[in-house]
Design a protein around this ligand. Structure first.
Ligand code: NAD
Ligand code: MG
Length: 388
């Protein structure tokens, strides 16, 4: 690219964060790194900060501040620790900010970036699910730009005529179906976290991999799409496409359906967002359709994947429902990864929390966090009760 772009990466040590760094490493002359953050991986963060000559590195776990400062001593790279440092990293001026923290933990930093009118490449779908109305309002108020990084939403962004949303008949969100697409509930009942994180097509962080296995990931993506592309949630359909070649589609009133295709490599949508509105090369494997031979499609199964209906109901009702869905799910997924509950309990816990808690719509970020905390407390109490 012709012009040097300054960039920050929130969640630099994760799956999306390291893919973003890989693209930056291959294009050193085009990017200057302002800030990098991580939760607890001091070494990963310090290595990335040294390599990219970042100006500022922030570690989320406040207890690791001294270790980070020591790891970067003598480099001239500023360091910070704790939630305030993550927010500062997001608030520092950069042309482009990658939001790749996992979970609602990314919400305050992403809001800090939006409030400075930044261009934000959004991977952190949980923040948008929990606080979509407040986030999109902040983006509009401060003139910020949200660029979708999630492969489906990036595909829709590429196919969507944003000036003619009224001519969109449907958005078709494709889903791989995850590792248990063809499994019976009895087979799913006993799966281990090791088995569930093995996605057939994508290599991703643990939390999103479990979400793909329950298909809650597609439910969260439905809510994400509803906020990013205001065509009406009833016009967003989910279609299972096991090969993950078509990353999503947009159908127009004239019968035209546009799709974006590619191999399953996050560096393609990240590169799209990183260079936007230009294009840049990405090292993803090229799509060889003759070798793939055929693509298949099927309707999602709402019985084996109850998370889909929970998310659909949450987006229909709006208000606090998506934040409750997300918080209960984050808590249940963490418990499954910690071997405290079984795989099928995840969606069951989310359903139970949604049944027992119905606060009014949040009107501030503080209210979103209060709802998030209460939904987590309820989920934890239910899981402990079940275990007792
Ligand atoms: P990951 O677990 O690999 O990385 C998460 C990053 O967030 C790490 O840098 C970690 O240090 C940081 N982090 C974790 N908890 C934190 C906390 N409490 N406070 C501050 N930082 C914290 O996750 P990932 O797979 O890279 O996913 C990141 C986000 O992108 C998620 O919201 C996910 O749904 C979304 N996403 C990921 C992919 C993918 O291919 N991995 C695809 C689409 C969307
Ligand atoms: Mg996705």
């Amino acid at each position: 690219m012709a012009v040097m772009r300054t960039v920050s990466i929130l969640g630099a040590t994760g799956s999306v964060g390291t893919s973003t760094l890989d693209l930056i490493d291959r294009n050193r002359d085009a990017f200057e790194v302002v800030a990098l953050t991580a939760h607890s991986d001091v070494k990963g963060l310090a290595d990335a900060a040294r390599r990219t000559r970042a100006r500022f590195a922030a570690i989320g776990d406040a207890a690791l501040g001294a270790a980070l400062a020591e790891a970067l001593a003598g480099t001239g790279i500023e360091t910070g620790a704790g939630e305030g440092a993550l927010i500062e990293a997001a608030a520092r001026d950069a042309d482009w900010t990658m939001a790749a923290i996992v979970g609602c933990a990314g919400l305050k930093p992403v809001m800090a970036a939006l409030k400075r009118g930044a261009t934000v490449a959004l991977a952190n779908k949980e923040s948008l699910v929990s606080a979509g109305d407040l986030m999109t309002l902040a983006a509009r108020t401060h003139g910020a730009t949200l660029l979708p990084v999630d492969s489906e939403h990036n595909a829709i962004f590429q196919c969507l005529d944003r000036d003619r949303l009224d001519k969109v008949r449907r958005i078709i969100l494709t889903a791989s179906g995850g590792p248990f697409r063809t499994w019976s509930p009895a087979e799913m009942a006993g799966v281990t976290p090791e088995r569930a994180v093995k996605h057939p097509n994508w290599s991703m962080g643990a939390k999103i991999s479990i979400d793909s296995a329950t298909m809650m990931n597609k439910g969260l993506e439905l809510i994400e799409a509803h906020h990013l592309f205001p065509v009406g949630h009833e016009r967003i359909d989910i279609l299972v496409h096991p090969q993950s070649v078509i990353h999503s589609m947009v159908e127009y009133v004239d019968g035209s359906t546009l799709a974006q295709l590619g191999t399953p490599d996050m560096r393609t949508p990240i590169a799209h967002a990183l260079a936007w509105p230009q294009r840049m090369a990405a090292p993803a494997e090229r799509l060889d359709l003759a070798r793939i031979g055929s693509l298949s499609f099927e309707a999602p199964d709402p019985v084996r994947f109850p998370a889909l209906a929970l998310a659909r109901a949450a987006v229909e009702a709006g208000g606090a429902r998506p934040a409750i869905l997300n918080a209960a799910n984050e808590q249940a997924v963490a418990a499954f990864l910690g071997r405290r509950i079984a795989f099928l309990d995840i969606a069951a816990i989310v359903a139970k929390v949604l049944d027992s808690y119905d606060p009014s719509s949040p009107t501030s970020l503080d209210e979103v966090f209060a709802i998030d905390a209460e939904a987590r407390r309820l989920a934890t109490a239910m899981m402990e009760e079940k275990a007792a």
